[in-house]
Design a protein around this ligand. Structure first.
Ligand SMILES: NC(=O)c1ccc[n+]([C@@H]2O[C@H](COP(=O)([O-])OP(=O)(O)OC[C@H]3O[C@@H](n4cnc5c(N)ncnc54)[C@H](OP(=O)(O)O)[C@@H]3O)[C@@H](O)[C@H]2O)c1
Length: 273
């Protein structure tokens, strides 16, 4: 993909869950566009698979340990990132996801979903977005500029079957995105923008078990239904997110704050008929 209009040279962007599938793709693309990228993950070794791609970029990448549910690790990571790069201009909250134990199935009724699995999903998606916004957003408040990008989901607009905690948590992420956009602009600086993307269906490790049959590799009924409800007729590829991510991070979106952009091949526009 060609992003010639964008140049992030001299800007530092922190990506939580930056070693994951979607965060990792964003990290490589941003380093390629000249940014300094801090890949924050609870298992930094996961970023090894990205090394070759990161080394080729014109920006620099730093892999730093941080758990989005443990504030002290984020504060420590912030110190390391500031020492290396001097400022934090952007934050992408890409750590998040569902958990199979919080997913209803023929063998697991809604009434029996374990409390710890429900809490896990809420904590990871909501608290795991808010804590980095507090720790890294405070830096933006001090310097009076910055941009935050949260990751919501299709199920924030209308809940999907089987994943009640994930749906509610992502609706919370969209709501929090609007809240924080207003708060940052009012209380600190109109030069701090907060937006979210809502990816549609991307075949990644988190949802493979819902979309494909483990043994045959064929699409499940759910997978087929999704494709049938996606006018563009396919799952998304991680690169499909990049144009919107670049736009929202850049000055070209300088008057855009508090929005949630669907990147879904038309899924959210389609009534099914
Ligand atoms: N894939 C999709 O179709 C899709 C659609 C809509 C929205 N999303 C959202 O997009 C985001 C990224 O998804 P993805 O598919 O790229 O998932 P992913 O590959 O699992 O990436 C998430 C990354 O976050 C890390 N992580 C988990 N818990 C953490 C914690 N407490 N502290 C720090 N890092 C932590 C994971 O590490 P571990 O591997 O060790 O857990 C992983 O490296 C998530 O918010 C997801 O909900 C995905």
């Amino acid at each position: 993909m060609n992003f010639e209009g964008y140049n992030f040279r001299g800007q530092t962007i922190v990506i939580t869950g930056g070693a994951g599938v979607l965060g990792g793709e964003m990290a490589c693309a941003l380093v390629n566009a000249g940014a300094n990228v801090a890949i924050l993950d609870r298992d930094p070794a996961l970023a090894d698979r990205l090394k070759d791609r990161l080394d080729k970029g014109s920006g620099r990448a730093q892999v730093v340990y941080g758990d989005v549910l443990k504030r002290e690790t984020l504060i420590e990571a912030k110190g390391i990132i500031l020492k290396e790069f001097g400022a934090i201009d952007g934050l992408i909250n890409a750590a998040g996801g569902n958990n199979p134990k919080a997913t209803t199935s023929d063998g697991l009724a809604f009434f029996d979903l374990p409390e710890d699995a429900l809490r896990f999903v809420f904590d990871l998606n909501i608290v795991g977005t808010m804590l980095p916004c507090q720790v890294f957003g405070q830096e933006m408040a001090k310097q009076k500029h910055g941009v935050i990008l949260n990751i919501s989901s299709m199920n924030a607009f209308r809940p999907l079957t089987r994943i009640p905690a994930y749906s509610a948590a992502k609706a919370g992420v969209s709501n929090f995105t609007q809240w924080l956009a207003v708060h940052m602009a009012y209380e600190y600086s109109p030069e701090i923008r907060v937006n979210a993307i809502a990816p549609g269906f991307f075949m990644t490790e988190q949802n493979r078990f819902l979309l494909t049959d483990e043994k045959s590799g064929e699409l499940t009924d759910r997978g087929k239904t999704i494709i049938a409800h996606t006018p563009m007729g396919r799952f998304g590829n991680p690169e499909d997110l990049l144009g919107t991510v670049f736009w929202l991070l850049s000055d070209q979106a300088g008057f855009v704050t508090g929005i949630v952009v669907p990147i879904d091949g038309g899924f959210s526009a389609f009534s099914g008929v």
